[in-house]
Design a protein around this ligand. Structure first.
Ligand code: 2P0
Length: 325
């Protein structure tokens, strides 16, 4: 099955505009248990399930409409159609229609934040197309389509805690995300933006290299199994110690598989290592704070509202987000 066939299966093959303009929005998400490695690159089908938390207020709001020629604007600025981001957007749109489309995205994701803007971008675009073409898809259908744009976008279709079920089917129709019921009003995420340098390698290429060359990666599914179970239990009991431990161990486990790939993939900068030591020192001093990291040098802190001031004094530059408002 190719991407186009998968898209047709979900939408029923209809792509007639039912409105002048379709609109949709989605937030970025941070994985507490990571998506790292694909079993099918064409369909972005993952080797393992993953679990994330959405960051409200950081994301994309997108409008689509039929136009004389393809055009893509981000925050009012036209993107070069040859640029990678625009090419990915129109490759995705061509799964549904051959007609030219204008896409206008307002993004509140800081470009250097090391937050996967592709996750909120493709989730918002999928919702906008669903609106414009009147597909009336369920969350499941939206999640499957968003995955075809970018794997992590399958999770950004929903807010709050979200689990993306890896699935087993060749056509990926059982590989979609679903929201968990739980809310955790006191939970906080802290973003440490440590570098705005270009990444040495994109996550798509890095995960492929890891799957192909890392022996440690063979242990990864076992790591995920343990962390997913632990995280879900932690969420249901609002147990930060357990949540933090599994999130941190999962992130370090993912980076371990990258470090042991060849050529090695190392996203960490000296500032990342310094921040990690800072987290561990704070924890030893009695403040329950943990971290996670993605395919980049930035560090994301996990703690609760009661410890906001301690976290702020240790990391004055931190941007604190309350995922449940
Ligand atoms: C995640 N990452 O679970 C993991 C952790 C990066 C590190 O999902 O190739 O941009 O578009 O499916 O979704 C980044 O990968 O990759 C990612 P594609 P995607 O958040």
């Amino acid at each position: 099955m190719n991407k186009h066939e998968a898209a047709q299966l979900v939408t029923g093959g209809t792509s007639n505009w039912v409105k002048e303009e379709g609109e949709g929005g989605a937030s970025v998400n941070i994985a507490l248990c990571k998506y790292w490695g694909k079993r099918n690159e064409e369909l972005n089908l993952p080797v393992t399930s993953s679990l994330s938390i959405g960051l409200p207020g950081l994301g994309a709001q997108t409008k689509v409409r039929p136009a004389a020629r393809d055009a893509f604007f981000v925050n009012g600025t036209p993107m070069d159609s040859a640029a990678k981001a625009a090419a990915r957007v129109f490759d995705f749109i061509r799964l549904f229609t051959r007609e030219p489309v204008e896409v206008k995205t307002e993004s509140t994701v800081p470009l250097a934040a090391g937050l996967a803007s592709s996750a909120s971008g493709f989730a918002a675009l999928t919702k906008a197309l669903n609106d414009g073409f009147g597909w009336n898809l369920s969350g499941r259908g939206l999640s499957i389509l968003a995955r075809l744009g970018s794997g992590s976008a399958s999770r950004s279709v929903f807010d709050g805690f979200v689990r993306w079920q890896a699935g087993e089917r060749e056509d990926g129709m059982d590989s979609f995300a679903e929201p968990l019921e739980a809310v955790w009003p006191d939970l906080r995420m802290g973003l440490l933006l440590l570098s705005d340098k270009a990444k040495p390698i994109g996550s798509r290429e890095a995960m492929k290299r890891t799957v192909e060359t890392s022996l440690l990666y063979r242990q990864w599914p076992a790591r995920v199994k343990e962390d997913l179970a632990g995280l879900q239990e932690a969420v249901s009991r609002r147990d930060l110690t357990q949540l933090g431990r599994h999130a941190e161990q999962n992130a370090l486990g993912m980076h371990a598989t990258m470090l042991e790939s060849w050529p090695p993939v190392m996203y960490w900068l000296p500032e990342s290592v310094q921040a990690i030591h800072g987290v561990h020192a704070l924890r030893e001093s009695g403040v329950p704070v943990y971290f996670t990291m993605d395919a980049g040098p930035n560090v994301k802190l996990i703690f609760t509202a009661a410890h906001e001031s301690a976290v702020r004094s240790a990391f004055p530059e931190v941007r604190i987000i309350a995922p449940f408002g």
